[in-house]
Design a protein around this ligand. Sequence first.
Ligand SMILES: [Zn+2]
Length: 306
Amino acid sequence: MAAVTKENVLMITSSIAAIQKLRTGVSKTFSHLNQGITASKDEGEAKKGFVKQFQEDLVGVKNSFDELETSIASLQPLKEAANMGNLGQISLDPVLDKTPIYPQVLQTYKWSTKLREHAQAADSILNRQAPKRTYGHISVLSKKRKTPPSSHTYNPVHVDKFFDTWQKNYTSVEVKRVQQSPNVFQVTLGRTLQVVLVLQSFIIERVIVRAHHEVILQVDGTLDLWTQSKYAVFRKITDHATSAMLNFHFMTMPELSVKSFMLWLNSYLRLFTMPCKKCGRILKGNMPPTWRDFVTLSALHESCRQ
Ligand SMILES: [Zn+2]
């Protein structure tokens, strides 16, 4: 067996030898008791000879027993067997030819231990390199990291309530569910742009930014979730919105994800009137500042971000 160390093999061999010696000694003792020994003709001498022989036999038995005890005490217990609890007991009487269950269990146990060690190492590496979130979210996120995801428990009514409140607070934003699909929302920012949001409860699954006047239905009346805007500026904002969607994704606080995303999106209301924070211009390469910083919401041209 692979788990048995080299020292253990040597000790087991010497223990077996000690057992054989002990058995021989005990058999010899009983044989002398049973059949007697070749005695001298003198009756007194014969008695003495027998007692002496019996004493020698007993001393031999005792020595063999001591030897066996020392060998057994030096055997190293199997680590795996000790950690396996009751399963380790299978090894005490293994019939390996008929039931190879013990070696299989041992192998599985080793793999599972190795897997756990690798998973712990991966977890610590991933935690060290966790992507940075918006200010103020980091401490909350680390405290709540162990909380299981609960986004699936939200009722659609919660989502509607959330957007109702949002529209009251931000009057230039209009949000409505699209009739063709209950999971799709049309968000209109003033007369600047419109966003098609695909939501699974409070998890944003897809974002497409289009011009205010572009349609969201195909010719046959079905919902168009894939065609990009024909304007380069909105295609660029779609790319940024997709990265914002990933940046603001908080596994344990889905409502906060949508809230942060909507706040960020709201900063596009002045897309064509807000100058770039770096160069101070509105148009550069025929494009307005299409980027909005995730933290400060500053407007920047794509080329002014570096
Ligand atoms: Zn600029």
